[in-house]
Design a protein around this ligand. Structure first.
Ligand code: B12
Length: 217
């Protein structure tokens, strides 16, 4: 491997380590340095910021970290994401359809949902972000109010996945012409099919591609 490439990869990994030790200032500094060095934005996002959350999740599972530390890591990641934001949404064009997005009732995780929203905006979609802890009634109301083409549901807890099913059913019952997509770490394609959602993706770029496809049909 050429030396420069190796150095760059090392530096991106340093971002992940800085997130994992909750060093917000260092995260911002390192992300800014990587952008200035013209490192691929995707690499900074995936190998730097997203991988860090996996490290933190594993340390939480093994009892090495607790909730307050997870929260500090999330804040450090968000600080890095803020720096990346203008680069992720570059190239926005006129709105191509409206997406209502939110994290489902009982679930407060919003980093992945925010990333999906950000990339959708970057792809020229109009995004209505309802936030976290959102029930079926609020999703249906917002979909009608904003004449949405897609409702996107995020869940990070196995305990809140069943709520996705309730929301998808409520949207169908409301008889509105809107497609539903689901995602979040524990969500699978099989689960999406099982609850009757129109689509699933493992990541934010995939969510954008899926939404575009659903809006064009
Ligand atoms: C940060 C974090 C927190 C933070 C959240 C801060 C915030 N503002 O989001 C805090 C500290 C609040 C938290 C709390 C809890 N957490 Co937590 N948390 C995490 C952690 C470490 C990272 C999550 C994250 O941000 N990942 C990074 C993002 C970018 O990834 P993502 O969310 O998966 O999103 C990507 C894709 O999934 C997809 N995607 C996401 N949404 C959508 C939507 C659509 C439509 C589509 C198509 C795609 C899509 O695209 C995204 C980008 O590529 C995970 C571990 C992990 N590795 O997931 C645990 C984790 C999710 N938490 C866990 C737990 C247990 C909890 C608590 C119950 C702990 C407790 N005892 O209180 C509470 C629950 C609080 C609640 N009611 O929600 C467990 C869940 C276990 C399970 N089986 O359900 C995990 C897996 C940790 C672990 N290994 O045990 N947590």
């Amino acid at each position: 491997m050429p030396e420069t490439k190796g150095d760059l990869t090392m530096a991106v990994k340093d971002i992940a380590e800085a997130v994992a030790v909750f060093d917000r200032v260092k995260v911002v500094e390192l992300v800014e340095a990587e952008i200035a060095a013209k490192t691929e934005i995707d690499e900074i996002l995936n190998a730097g910021l997203i991988d860090a959350m996996d490290i933190v999740g594993k340390r939480f599972s093994s009892g090495e970290l607790f909730v307050p530390e997870m929260l500090m890591a999330a804040k450090a990641m968000k600080a890095g994401l803020e720096v990346l934001k203008p680069h992720l949404s570059a190239g926005a064009v006129a709105a191509k359809g409206t997406v209502v997005i939110g994290t489902v009732k009982g679930d407060l995780h919003d980093i992945g949902k925010n990333l999906v929203a950000l990339m959708m905006e970057g792809a020229g979609l109009e995004v209505v972000d309802l936030g976290v802890d959102i029930d079926a009634e609020k999703f249906v109301k917002a979909a009608v109010e904003h004449n949405a083409g897609v409702v996107a549901l995020s869940a990070l807890l196995t305990t809140t996945m069943p709520t996705m099913e309730i929301i998808v059913a409520a949207i169908k019952e409301a008889g509105i012409a809107v497609k539903t997509i689901v995602g979040g770490a524990p969500v699978t394609e099989a689960f999406a099919d099982q609850i009757g959602a129109d689509g699933f993706s493992t990541d934010a770029p995939g969510a954008v591609e899926l939404t575009r496809k659903l809006l064009s049909t």
